[in-house]
Design a protein around this ligand. Structure first.
Ligand SMILES: [Zn+2]
Length: 463
């Protein structure tokens, strides 16, 4: 059980952070929120600093030394609150209804940060001595706009340093309350293809003579993927890392069914070849290509017989280790040229987020799993890769860290949407679980440095 004063204190801290509208898309209140986060870390015993970023500053807290270095990564910026009219309570005033707290950032990511911080205090209450490992807490102010200066900042601030584990900004809890440990994230490449075939729109009768830009874009798009979802760009799969045996095993036992996914999303058409036994493998390990939208010509009411002069299509790819988005851009260009689409312009909107996947049987994953199962009272799910993406690769490439995500983001948390919320009971459990994970880290570091554990096991804790 969580000692009585921890939850009210954490709630008050979260309420104060939510009240600061630190919207990075508008560059709003970032310095103020960074200072609030810095003060919380300082008060919790960390050596702290605020370092400039392109848009919002980074907050760094550090404490301890020893044979292990663990980095906790969070962010204090939030998504814009729009559309405000759909919120049932003001977005920047945390409110409680039906066992949930509502407000922008209560989950993403201020709630994740505060729950861990409360867990840290609980852990320190039980283990007040010198910390036997190095803990670095990095809180980003630009995550919701794609962390534009994170990579350069890590290079500058942590040059040549190594980190064993990066505890990622969030983790998930499914609809039945089972915690999910995320061990990887897909990469992203987002592009736009543009075609222009005339100075201005033409009478459609000229379609007897001239090609059509939307037709060219449709043909180019269709040449990129088949009905099974297989991508037809030469060399696209060359760098794909085969999942390890244990990752494959994890993916062969889906924690939820294909039917439940179809129910939850309302999606009805499966790719050819996708079925109940293999869909979860695709979720974890398969890259995919999406057409986000076509534009051009006449799409208004009724008919307008026109031969458009230009058009565009936006496409994104989700990539898996070790595909490099920049390399895929080059392969896409070569594909278009080779297939007679050399007149089509390729605009790159995003090719900066690389895929990562950590070792699922890593000791930190196993320790976290044990702590989650104890405090949530259910088997935890180890998921080799989220189907979604995050800027995790600098931690892997520059610092050599394993990326592991666990936290309190439940599947109805409405991230980035009106009525963002967390479940108070899960918040409390995450506090206890965070304390337990820190205690396990502490014991591991003590063992690694060859000292026997000097402390008896405090009440409320298991090995
Ligand atoms: Zn977010």
């Amino acid at each position: 059980m969580l000692p009585h004063d921890h939850l009210p204190r954490a709630r008050e801290e979260l309420r104060r952070l939510v009240a600061i509208p630190s919207v990075s898309a508008r560059g709003e209140k970032l310095a103020e929120c960074a200072e609030a986060v810095r003060d919380l870390l300082t008060e919790a015993g960390f050596n702290t600093e605020i370092q400039p970023g392109d848009v919002g500053p980074f907050v760094v807290g550090e404490i301890g030394s020893g044979p292990l270095t663990v980095m906790i990564y969070n962010h204090y910026d939030v998504q814009p609150e729009d559309p405000v009219s759909l919120w049932h309570s003001p977005p920047f005033e945390m409110s409680e209804r039906d066992g949930r707290w509502y407000g922008r950032g209560v989950a993403d990511d201020k709630g994740e940060f505060v729950s861990r911080l409360a867990g840290w205090r609980l852990f320190r209450e039980r283990h007040p001595g010198p910390l036997p490992f190095r803990l670095v807490w990095l809180v980003d102010g630009e995550e919701e706009i794609g962390s534009p200066s994170l990579e350069a900042f890590l290079k500058r601030r942590f040059d040549g340093e190594a980190v064993d584990v990066c505890w990622w900004e969030y983790g998930e809890i499914d609809a039945s309350g089972r915690p999910i440990i995320l061990c990887g994230f897909k990469g992203v490449m987002a592009v736009e293809l543009r075609a222009r075939t005339a100075r201005a729109d033409l009478h459609s009768s000229l379609g007897a003579v001239f090609d059509n830009p939307l037709w060219r874009l449709a043909a180019a798009t269709a040449s990129l993927r088949d009905g099974t979802g297989q991508i037809l760009i030469d060399g696209f799969y060359d760098a794909v890392r085969q999942p390890s045996l244990s990752d494959s095993e994890l993916a062969s036992a889906p924690p939820y069914s294909l039917d439940s996914l179809m129910d939850a999303t309302g999606a009805q058409r499966l790719l050819d070849g996708i079925d109940a036994p293999n869909f979860y493998r695709a979720v974890n390990f398969e890259p995919c290509m999406n057409v986000n939208g076509f534009s051009g010509g006449y799409a208004g009411e009724g008919a307008k017989t026109v031969l458009p002069a230009e058009g565009a299509v936006k496409i994104d790819f989700r990539l898996v280790p070790d595909q490099d988005p920049q390399r895929i851009v080059a392969l896409l260009r070569a594909h278009l040229d080779r297939h007679g689409f050399d007149d089509i312009e390729l605009i790159v909107h995003d090719a900066n987020v690389k895929p990562v996947r950590s070792v699922t049987d890593h000791w930190f994953v196993q320790d976290a799993k044990a702590a989650l199962e104890e405090h949530f009272g259910q088997p935890a799910i180890v998921q080799p890769s989220s189907p979604a993406s995050g800027t995790a690769h600098p931690f892997v490439e520059q610092l050599g860290a394993e990326i592991v995500g666990l936290g309190l983001t439940h599947h109805g948390a409405m991230l980035h949407s009106p009525d963002e919320n967390i479940i108070v009971d899960q918040f409390a459990r995450t506090i206890e679980c965070s304390a337990a994970i820190l205690a396990k880290l502490s014991r591991r570091a003590t063992r690694m440095s060859g000292r026997s554990d000097p402390e008896p096991m405090p009440e409320g804790e298991t090995a």
